[in-house]
Design a protein around this ligand. Sequence first.
Ligand SMILES: Cc1cc2nc3c(=O)[nH]c(=O)nc-3n(C[C@H](O)[C@H](O)[C@H](O)COP(=O)(O)OP(=O)(O)OC[C@H]3O[C@@H](n4cnc5c(N)ncnc54)[C@H](O)[C@@H]3O)c2cc1C
Ligand code: SF4
Ligand code: SF4
Length: 412
Amino acid sequence: MATHFIATTTIQSAAERLKGRPKLCSDCGVCSSDLRPTMARSCVFVENKVEALELMLHGRTRHAGDEMLFGIHRSVHAVRLRRINVAAQWSGIVTSLGAVLLERGLVDGVISTRAAPGTRFAPEPFLARTPAEVLASAGNKPCISPNLEILDQVRASGLRRIAFIGVGCQVHALRVLQHELGLEKLYVIGIPCTDNTTYPALQRFLQAVSTSPGTVVHYEFMQDFRIWLRHEDGQIEKINFVDLDVAAIGGVEAIFPAACMSCFDYQNTLADLTIGYLGAPLPPGERWQWVFVRTAAGQELFDLLQPNLEFGELGERGDRSMGMREYIKMLKNPRGRPPFLIRKLIASLQRARGPRGKEFARSTIEMKLLRNLQFVRDKHARMEHRVVPYHVYKALEPYRETYEQVFGRSFA
Ligand SMILES: Cc1cc2nc3c(=O)[nH]c(=O)nc-3n(C[C@H](O)[C@H](O)[C@H](O)COP(=O)(O)OP(=O)(O)OC[C@H]3O[C@@H](n4cnc5c(N)ncnc54)[C@H](O)[C@@H]3O)c2cc1C
Ligand code: SF4
Ligand code: SF4
């Protein structure tokens, strides 16, 4: 029997929703639930505990190389569901996994995120009790969502075996608290997340980028350096990254909450497995995804789903290092939007020669680590030692010299 929890108020502006919270808050759900007293030790923005949590989960911290960017993992795969769910964000692996867990009786509930009534994209976390309920929550609601709030309902219902679907800041708090929740079994299904936003800011963003913001049903930032927006009638609108008029929407800081600009876990590295698309083969229409299997529980989940999966190949192309050096210079001295013809040239060069596949993923994650490190230094300098985890400095070490030259300060 489905139990519906309160409708959350994610449609409020950040100022309304986050009133009274610390300066950095991604509305993970701890502070709007009975877990609020744990905030000082569970919140990723009070103290980033990724190193201790990696030791708890894996008995080690990250190895040099890809793990610095992608997190500790046993294996990584290019996969898609054999029977693609057309309503899903990609092929539907995440919700399909939640449904299989309920079908097989391996969990009693799945914490997932559906759209709030009357909206397409405002997130409403909820406790799914049937496979149909999880499947109906397919698709991104690309806004910050207080998913951990639902742990109150789990406790009230007396459920002891659950799966949690969520993003990195939520998973951090959940991992800190998992042994205090009275659970017999917890599966953590992670989705990557970066540059999240509030619902009102998302609407402003869509109005600025799309010719028909009201009919956008799906959008993603893709490896060909374009945003692909799919509309209700199936039409795809493609916008070059370089054509985005960020100043017209008030700059990145007007769109992304300070917490998301201070976030260092794009790849949701503390989950049991992470299911995304960033390094997966193109074209998007084929709906390939990439999956990182991280823990023994993650392996169990992957094995469970394996008969439903088709396997592809992860590729890579290009060299991100030159682009990264240019990016560091741009971060220090942001340039305005270039004239139309120059933008056209940049966009075609990016498509023809830019990094692809795993190299695209590395370059994207490195840029976000660097941008967010610099944001913390500029805006919340006193918090750097608490919110920037160890791997950021190790991952960005190859750019130390350029950083020090450009910013005129020591890197670490
Ligand atoms: C804000 C956001 C940013 C993302 N950025 C990236 C990225 O840069 N790179 C990348 O590889 N992947 C990213 N993802 C993940 C990716 O877009 C897909 O969600 C993922 O690959 C799963 O696809 P699927 O078809 O298997 O999921 P589906 O089967 O369609 O299921 C989607 C699941 O996402 C959950 N969900 C939806 N909205 C939210 C939300 N706001 N908060 C928490 N959970 C939610 C739902 O509960 C549902 O279970 C992002 C997701 C979100 C929500
Ligand atoms: S991110 Fe979560 S734990 Fe931290 S202040 Fe916000 S709601 Fe509380
Ligand atoms: S970008 Fe980071 S802080 Fe913001 S919602 Fe996503 S995981 Fe949380």
